[in-house]
Ligand binder design. Sequence first.
Ligand code: NAD
Length: 436
Amino acid sequence: MATPNPVTTQGQTRTQTEEPTQAAPNIWAVAQQQFDAAAEKLDLDDGLRRVLRVPKRELTVNFPVTMDDGRVEVFTGYRVQHNVSRGPAKGGIRYHQDVSLDEVRALSMWMTWKCATVDIPFGGGKGGVIVDPKQLSTREVEGLTRRFTTEISPIIGPDRDIPAPDVNTNAQTMAWIMDTFSMHHGYTISGVVTGKPISIGGSLGRNEATARGAVFTLLQASKVLNLPLSGARVAIQGYGNAGSIAATLLAEQGATIVALSDSSGGIHNPSGLDPAKVSAWKREHGSVVGFPGADEVSNAELLEVDCDILVPAALENQITAANAGNIKARIVAEAANGPTTPQADAILHDKGVFLIPDILCNAGGVTVSYFEWVQDMQSFFWTEDRINESLKEIMDRAFESVHAMSEHREVDMRTAAYMVAVARVAEATNLRGLYP
Ligand code: NAD
């Protein structure tokens, strides 16, 4: 056996405490700051604040994987459960070279609030492995996934903690996790993960759910602002699962898609871009860039184009104090997690921009994951119509609760969403009391 190399990623030694290199705010500090603001507004008891401000459980695992050339590499991964007062932990697993414990903590806390905002019976969890999977073969990624699943299996399960896809993981990854967990137990346990392929217990509508949910919240916001989606001009940053499907669904509502982008850059045409044609172009050329009849814009310029609705659907920390003042949209719909920094939030609020916060806007994904879990537990599968109708009911109710809180307490929509969510989790935690 080759000598194990302590925590290496593609030959580069990393330490477990290494942080992402970008000079962005630490998102765990941001998540705690957002919680503190809501706790203050709710006048939450000090003891409860101390409980909810930190994750309940954090597991760090260092585990070996045999690579294709026979070398043994050791990878570091995490699974964090922030809160399980309202039900099992729920949240994705991310494979990325910049994963850190702090990032996973923040994402797990956001999952607690997201599940509570839409009032589904889950707590919050998240996982991640420090790896750039694009540097690994499919067999190596499968080996890594199966061993990581084994390492975290003492704390996951359909009644404990239910992972799902996140950055660089997909339905195939979920199939491997489900299979590994089932092999350990000797029978098939499909409800241990969501986001699975349909043929092994996945749900119809899951692929479109995040974008569809975001569009339901936009329909509600358009009523509040008297800004019909039909004819509204929309810019979308990120043309992956959330962004590309949102573009299609918004175009179906009669909106004009004026700008789109992906990691290679953006395209802009004030007369409108046809999402079907842009998707075909991206399939052929690997990017939206170069799409005929459109001007090229950078991702920074895309955020500032003249439009009515801006949908960040790519990464964290995109709308910052440096560009928030230049944003022209009347509505910002956060399909991405954490795209707006707290400083930018304040600037947008002062400008009168109506922001639909991530824990509400992109909660359609976890809501249909909840439907997948319910279907798996009952071994009874719903039609796509039933799924989309139930999703609309949940998203509309969540929007109404958050908007009512925002009006009643005269706070911005993000603070309102946090207040709704934190109050629900605090009530559950309080009712259950402290054990022993
Ligand atoms: P994805 O990987 O399918 O797509 C991401 C897109 O962003 C790609 O088009 C990529 O090229 C683009 N991108 C990457 N870097 C960029 C940059 N610097 N500027 C502009 N575009 C860039 O991912 P996704 O599933 O669509 O997720 C996007 C966001 O939505 C993430 O923040 C994710 O956490 C959030 N989200 C997704 C889901 C879901 O169900 N897919 C659910 C909730 C939240």
